[in-house]
Each structure stands twice: as C-alpha cells, then as structure tokens.
Design a binder for this molecule. Structure first.
Ligand code: SF4
Length: 262
C-alpha cells in the first residue's frame, strides 16, 4: 500500500532516503520561514542566506518538537537527524531535545552541523548526546573558506579547525567529517587529507552537489582520484551509493529543508 505524503508536519520532515544515514527522519529545530544559518554556502540547496545568524536561541518549543517526533510511527527509521533549514546548533534547546527524544525512541540520533559553533563548549556538550555528528568542512584554506562557506568576518576558519579538534578530543560517538567537493576546492584535496589526519574523524564522507544547487558537481572520475588520496581513512562517497527515491510524510516541508531531488 502506498504511504500517504499529505500529513502536515511543522518541525519534522522526511523520512528521506539518505546515502549517508539510510532512512532518515529529519528534525528542524529552527523551523522558520527564512533560513537561519551562520554560513552562506555557495552550493546551498535551500538558496542564499538572507542574513547571518550567529546567536543561539530557542526557535521552537522543545515539547512541541518531541511530540511531533513521537507521532511518527511505522516508518522503519534508521536515524532521527537534526538538520533542516539552517544550522541546527543555533538552537539553544538542541541538547535538551536530543535527550528527550532518546528517552522515548529507539533510533539513533545524528546531527548535521556546519562546524561553525564547535568552538563553543556548550555546543560541544549538547552534541555529545548524539550517536553521530557529521561535521562539514568544505575548505582547506582561509581563502577558499571565504569563497565557499561564508563572507561573514564573525566566524574565522581557524576557529572552525580548532573547534573540530576540540570536539574530536571530547566526543565519544561517531564523528564524521563531510567534505563537499566543488570545482573551487578540488585542488585542495591533498591539504584536506593533511587536515583530516589532524582532526582524526571516524569516517570521511566525500560529497559533491547532486541535488538542485548553484554549483556543478565534480565528475565521478574526479571523485575517484580524490578518493585514492584518502586511502588511510574509512571513506564513504556519494557516487558509490545507489539513491532510492524518498517517500516523505509531507513532501512540501521536506523540499523546503532539503531542496528538490533530481
Ligand atoms: S549548506 Fe548548510 S551550512 Fe551551508 S548555507 Fe546551507 S544550511 Fe547553511
């Protein structure tokens, strides 16, 4: 029987078939009309960042989000994933919400972060409740960081690298480093390998934009060459995975957070 896709969800989206996390139920602790993000990534699937957000605050009530997550049943979910329309660590109730969901649901919890706030102790502590944290790192130099990730001067490249290293030292769960390869950072592949050795993640994901985006993906052949450089790591690559189409509960709210599948 076909699953319904016409339920109205406010904070929860998907489930989506993720090449990284299997059947993933998304939770958006920001859930605002406009994207709330500390970055303005050149490939962002939900469009340009209207204004930079750097201050942590409660955007939506914890109890309402938890209630909605608990209402999703019989969907064979692998991960409950905090992501959404912006940067999830901006939500001041991230740790509290993860803890409450883990008390009531058996699935693992993942958080996808752009790494911008990892320099903060409170953020690292809250992320420690998750089973997996996937940390974005799309530049191996200060210059490329300004081209790909942000033009804001409020977050420095050095603070991101320092935050990643501190988080690695403290975090007991699975730390995944995600690198989005584009034509603008493809020449930094060897520098990424050196950085990865310093950060020491459990897993590295090699990605390139395959959903609707302003940036063109690198080719499978280019990715294959890059993958060879990471031979010392446990690597997962977007081109290696077959992607099944998703069957979300609410298609509209899911596309708002993830962009359209191509
Ligand atoms: S890709 Fe993620 S981190 Fe980058 S601008 Fe979009 S929402 Fe923010």
């Amino acid at each position: 029987m076909a699953q319904r896709t016409d339920f109205k969800m406010k904070y929860v989206y998907g489930p989506v078939k993720s090449w990284r996390l299997g059947n993933s139920l998304g939770v958006d602790l920001l859930s605002q009309k406009q994207k709330q993000c500390s970055f303005n990534c050149s490939y962002c699937q939900v469009g340009p960042t209207p204004f930079y957000v750097l201050e942590r605050k409660v955007f939506v009530p914890t109890e309402d989000v938890v209630k909605e997550v608990l209402s999703v049943k019989n969907r064979d979910i692998d991960y409950i994933t905090f992501s959404g329309n912006g940067e999830p660590t901006l939500a001041l109730n991230l740790g509290e919400t993860i803890k409450k969901i883990k008390q009531k649901r058996k699935e693992k919890v993942a958080v996808l972060t752009n790494s911008s706030l990892l320099f903060r102790k409170d953020v690292r502590e809250e992320l420690s409740y998750a089973d997996m944290v996937q940390c974005k790192l799309d530049a191996a130099t200060d210059r490329t960081f300004a081209i790909i990730s942000t033009q804001s001067k409020a977050i420095t490249y050095n603070s991101i690298i320092a935050g990643l290293k501190l988080f690695r030292q403290e975090y007991k769960g699975e730390l995944c480093l995600q690198i989005m390869f584009l034509q603008s950072n493809i020449n930094e592949a060897e520098q990424f390998v050196l950085l990865a050795k310093e950060i020491n993640p459990d897993l590295i994901e090699l990605n390139t934009p395959l959903r609707k985006s302003q940036e063109k993906p690198i080719t499978p052949k280019q990715m294959e060459e890059i993958k060879k450089l990471f031979y010392e790591f446990n690597v997962r690559c977007v081109y290696d995975k077959h992607r099944d189409p998703s069957v979300p509960i609410d298609k509209k709210t899911t596309e708002k957070r993830r962009g359209k599948e191509l």
